[in-house]
Design a protein around this ligand. Structure first.
Ligand code: NAD
Ligand code: WQD
Length: 348
């Protein structure tokens, strides 16, 4: 069975390609390398001894995408390709709408044209906006507070409309909470360009001596220690959730004698169900790297919420998936990747 992975050289994509190959699937990757390096796939090949076919194509390139689909004839698409920096999306919204919405529309046009109607989409906990309570269930109201979040919500709605118009599609929306960690080999991991926006890559760069101290954005939130609480999930657990999603489509179709669209449209949270504060993270990472990490308390970051963590029960019940790795393991694996690759994939 062949799976086409858009954005497959990126952080979550490369870990998912690895798990797909380990599960015995064939993999084709499409990525324009705007936020990643092909080196990630070379390392996946070194780890697994198996190779994914790589196409350096932009998902907005209709002819290029058609060629890939006609050549590869994938059973399903896992769609990671997109821009994801919240702050940047506020500065340059048109680029985000063009890339994320335009790219997804082109992808869906081609999928429809060639008759590939199985898709797993990378959505985000950001679609819950500022939730009224935690843990967050899939049936909570959705909203978005920035252009990035709006692209995720719009794509979810585009996929719902597509399904309403043609029920031979199988569509799974996976809403990720906060992915961190790296493959245990220490050979692939998150490699953000410039100064990281997200907490874990920032903390990791402080630990490796590339940044001076952690800036804690606010300690006056309505949380146990006053700092923001999130549901951090190991990227390998997250990657495995995608394998379960593909297997769910296959098994449901098999159970219904190959009926196209047997599964329909489903939404699942991928989180652990545990919330950790910023100070919990600084402490856990200090333990992992064996030194106390310096931090200062800064003002709140605009748009941040106090608490966000998942109710992951539905994914457990319907996909047979739950997260296995704890916070110490997430920090240990991040540290192994960061300390062995202080300059990410550019490390000599
Ligand atoms: P990433 O930037 O590492 O990976 C995204 C990949 O998509 C990159 O390799 C990039 O080069 C590629 N890409 C972007 N636009 C493209 C285009 N037009 N054509 C072809 N390739 C393109 O990010 P990630 O953290 O691996 O995130 C993967 C997906 O998961 C994204 O859609 C993101 O919005 C979503 N997501 C991420 C998080 C997170 O915190 N990392 C949380 C929730 C959802
Ligand atoms: C986590 C906590 C910050 C940096 C973002 C996106 C979301 C999703 C995941 C894609 C918060 C605090 C952070 C720092 C800090 N991405 N923090 N110092 O904001 O929960 O989610 O990534 O879909 O859409 O919004 O993640 O890692 O930026 O922040 O104190 O230098 O760490 O205030 O409480 P966030 P994050």
């Amino acid at each position: 069975m062949k799976i086409l992975v858009t954005g497959g050289t990126g952080y979550i994509g490369s870990h998912t390609v690895l798990e797909l190959l380990e599960a015995g699937m064939e993999v084709a990757v499409v990525d324009n390398l705007c936020n990643s390096s092909e080196e990630s796939l070379k390392r996946v090949e070194q780890i697994t001894g198996k190779k994914a076919v790589f196409y350096p194509v932009d998902i907005r390139d209709e002819d290029g995408m058609r060629d890939v689909f006609l050549k590869e004839q994938p059973y399903a698409v896992i769609h990671f390709a997109g821009l994801k920096a919240v702050g940047e999306s506020v500065e340059i919204p048109l680029k985000y709408y063009d890339n994320n919405i335009g790219g997804t529309l082109t992808l869906l046009h081609i999928m429809k044209e060639v008759g590939c109607k199985n898709i797993v989409f990378s959505s985000s906990a950001t679609v819950y906006g500022n939730p009224a309570s935690v843990p967050i269930r899939e049936d909570f109201p959705t909203s978005a507070t920035n252009p990035y979040g709006r692209t995720k919500l719009m794509i979810e709605n585009i996929l719902r409309d597509l399904y309403r118009s043609d029920d031979s599609w199988n569509i799974i929306l996976l809403r990720y909470f906060n992915p961190i960690g790296a493959h245990e080999s220490g050979m692939i991991g998150e490699d953000p360009a410039g100064i990281p926006n997200n907490l874990l890559p920032y903390v990791a760069k402080v630990a490796v001596g590339k940044l001076e101290k952690v800036h804690v954005f606010g300690n006056d939130y309505n949380t146990p220690d006053g700092t923001g609480v999130r549901d951090y999930i190991h990227v390998v657990d997250l990657a495995k959730g995608h394998i379960k999603a593909i297997e769910k489509i296959v098994k449901t179709e098999e159970a219904e004698n190959g009926k196209a669209g047997a599964l329909g449209l489903k939404v699942y949270n991928l989180g652990t169900g545990n919330g950790y504060s910023v100070l919990d993270i600084v402490a856990a990472f200090s333990k992992a790297c064996g030194k106390e990490l310096p931090y200062v308390i800064d003002p709140r970051r605009a748009g941040d919420i106090d608490m966000c963590y998942a109710d992951p029960a539905l994914a457990k019940e319907e996909l047979g998936w739950s997260a296995e790795y704890d916070l110490d393991r997430m920090c240990a694996d991040t540290w192994r990747w960061q300390s062995r690759n202080p300059d990410g994939y550019a490390t000599k």
